[in-house]
Write a protein that binds this ligand. Sequence first.
Ligand code: SDX
Length: 393
Amino acid sequence: EGDVFTYDPGFTSTASCESTITFIDGEKGELLHRGYPIDQLAEKSHYLEVCYLLLYGELPSVEMLEDFEARVNRHTMLHEQMMNFFRGFRRDAHPMAIMTGVVGAMSAFYHDSTDISDPWQREVASIRMIAKLPTIAAMAFKYSVGQPFVYPRNDLDYASNFLRMCFAVPAEDYVVDPILSRAMDRIFTLHADHEQNASTSTVRLAGSSGANPFACIAAGIACLWGPAHGGANQACLEMLREIGTVDRIPEYIARAKDKSDPFRLMGFGHRVYKNFDPRAKVMKQSADEVLDLLGFENNPTLQVAKELEAQALQDPYFTDKKLFPNVDFYSGIILEAMGFPTSMFTPIFALSRTVGWISQWKEMIDDPVQRIGRPRQLYTGAPRRDYVDIENR
Ligand code: SDX
């Protein structure tokens, strides 16, 4: 009430931590970053400004933002020696496998930002993560398609730089399409942070032991890869492709409702949102805009997605369980239209979420009284009993 924003979700006792970064009201379908609604940030801000907000708590002035962007630009390149890491992978390695390995290996290269007791090193590690993840993700993509790596350029904005590193080839000039760049930047912003989701909680738990930030982010990437979490955007597009046409939708809805069938509608449902995921609303608008502008307005996958959403939201199974589209339902359609293979969908989620992971890691490490995480369990195993020698078993 008034100027004191209090919110008791009723589960204080089970909350894993306190945080000032992101607030979610699952019932209302509200997502705030440092108090600012996600739909306003997606429309009016841009990703590096949202990075500044998540890291430091306030929107920057013009000068503060220019300084931040210059600091990020100084760290976009990867140590040349690290190129060897990529060559150790099979060409068909999933880019998430490469990113998990390469980000963890940064611990062995950037010794001047692994001592977490030094505030300056914590700051440099944060900037390095935000700066280098697009370069690493783009390199993982280039490696998978057998094309030469493309170095970052500091005269391009963050999203344009990533698109160029992914799609430029030495044989011809690459001109960034401002429509794609704006759509890419918005996707980065929509995935930036999301309270204590599984991968962020993984980063916090790893960081609570004093592990270096690169190792913690690598743990977060590994967790995000799962199809129940960040891997859902890839799984969702593959599901929409498998459905193929709107006349097959009832068959898949029936499968999703059948308890004996492990199939679930990918991109649907959420542990916290029991209303629309506000990011899904923005993503759906973006999908319409981008596909129209790219000439894919009749994209069959988008038609299937919209009809699937419509039919599911008329079905009591989904509405009674409060299952709505989440952030992953439309994102893959946009990324596919932009030219990305499905294997790059989760890496793009990971590079977007890096700022959320590192901001939450920094918030925890900056707290002088933080302690190692140690979740407890409810033991349901065997009662105490004595050892039995093998000849007596
Ligand atoms: C992300 O936590 C975050 O913030 C995550 C995230 C972020 O930004 O970090 O938002 C990103 O991970 C989004 C979620 C992406 N995953 C998917 O889209 C995969 C499909 N969704 C489901 O697997 C599921 O909805 C979860 C994992 C997202 C949520 O799981 P919950 O809250 O544990 O839900 P549940 O498994 O307890 O299901 C509740 C009921 C069950 O039926 P009953 O046992 O009660 O009869 O709903 C059913 C489930 O079977 N159900 C679904 C369903 N999701 C839940 N049925 C069909 N299709 C689905 N997608």
